[in-house]
Structure formats: structure tokens, C-alpha cells
Ligand binder design. Sequence first.
Ligand SMILES: Nc1ncnc2c1ncn2[C@@H]1O[C@H](COP(=O)(O)OP(=O)(O)OP(=O)(O)O)[C@@H](O)[C@H]1O
Ligand SMILES: [Mg+2]
Length: 232
Amino acid sequence: MTVLLELDNLFYCYPGYPKPVLNGATLHLNAGQKVALIGRNGSGKSTLLLHANGILRPDRGQVHVAGQPMGYQQHVLREWRRQVGLIFQHPDDQLFSASVAQDISFGPLNLGLSAEAAHQRVTIAAEQCGVTDLLERPTHTLSGGEKARVALAGVLAMEPLVLLADEALANLDPWMRQQMITIFEQFVTQGKAVLLATHDLHTARTWADRIVMMESGHVIADAPAETFLPIR
Ligand SMILES: Nc1ncnc2c1ncn2[C@@H]1O[C@H](COP(=O)(O)OP(=O)(O)OP(=O)(O)O)[C@@H](O)[C@H]1O
Ligand SMILES: [Mg+2]
């Protein structure tokens, strides 16, 4: 089984925060897997995902992507973020360009793709996420769900190997939710992997292959969805 993402024994304290938010967090994600990451508010899910694509650097522990140990030099981070895409919990943290088209094309252009190749990626991702009609709109004028879709499109346009989605379905209408689930499905059948942080236990049980539960900054349960015990 190919392990695409390994988070090994991560410890992390936010500067000025009194206690560690990650406390020996370990999680491996295999090719072709759909994994739901659950846990109470503040258990460290988003912090873990921010470590999984190098936005945060652990105080201790190591991240591997496709078997390679990751580092924090600019060129390593660029390649890391190409392989591991993160959809943030709050789309406003993700969108920063003036227009939707600029936002979605930022990643592909940053990879060094030609304007034409980047444009093609934008067209496909926008279509998948139902935002083609929004491409010329200023990002700050979009509704919450529209912003969430644009954030998704920006990550899909990078064609990552691992997709980390932090509550990515929460703000979507039922049609778009189904569309995203289909996109996730296509992802895993291509041998990629999806890790979805969610409070929606129904989705976790019905969609995921595996459920991973965090508490106090580490993983306390990791089991196939069908055998995951009822949660109090
Ligand atoms: N930038 C920050 N500075 C200081 N503390 C932070 C910061 N971000 C998060 N924390 C703290 O770290 C802990 C874990 O937060 P995190 O956002 O990872 O939890 P979560 O499991 O994603 O929660 P939720 O379900 O509410 O999204 C919380 O106690 C939170 O208050
Ligand atoms: Mg969170």
C-alpha cells in the first residue's frame, strides 16, 4: 500500500499559547483512501491540516509526502504545496486576489505553467465547482458558499496528489455537496487521497473508508468507517 502522506508524532505550540495544540499527532494517509477527520472543537484538526501542507512547522515530528521527508526551504514548500492541496476552513483565509479568475489561476501560474495551460486548468476547475459564471467577479462580493466553491476550484486547479479539506462541505448547497463528493470519488479512483475534517458524522460514516478521531492534539481512534464505534 502506497503511503502518500505521513504525519509522524507532531508536536506544536502556537506562539504565546499556554499548552501544546498538537501532542504527538500521528496519521498516515494511503493512496486511494477517503478519510474523515473528526473531533471536538479545538481538538487540533485544522492545526494538523496546516502542518500537512507545510503552512505550520512542527516543534517536533516529521512530515513525509510520497515517501520523501519534507523540509521548509522555499523550493521544498512549493513542491509540497503542489502535491498536497488544502481547502481552508474559512474561505476568506484562502482567497486574496481581486477577481475569481485571478484567484483560481494563482496556483497554476505559480507552478510555472504557461498562461494558456493555467487558463485551461482554471476553466476545468471552475466548471467542476460551478463558478464559471463568477470568474470576472471581485472575490469580496461573493456569498459564503460561492467563496467556498472558488476556494475549492483554486485547490483543484493545482491537481494535487492529496486533498485536505477542512469542513469543505459545510457551506455548500446539496447540489454542490454531491458534486464535491463526486470529485473526491474521482480523486481516489486515480490513486490519490482525500482527508476531510468534518463535524458531520453521517458524512463520515457513509462517505469515508476510514474515520480518524482527534482529541487534545492527538489521534485517539483510527478505524474503518464500518467498525467505528458510535460516538457519544
Ligand atoms: N492562531 C492561533 N493562535 C493561538 N491558538 C490557536 C490558533 N489557532 C488555533 N488555536 C487554538 O488551538 C486549538 C486547536 O485549534 P484548531 O483550530 O486546530 O481546532 P479544530 O479541531 O480545527 O476545531 P474546530 O472544530 O472548531 O474547527 C484551539 O484551542 C484553538 O483555540
Ligand atoms: Mg477546525
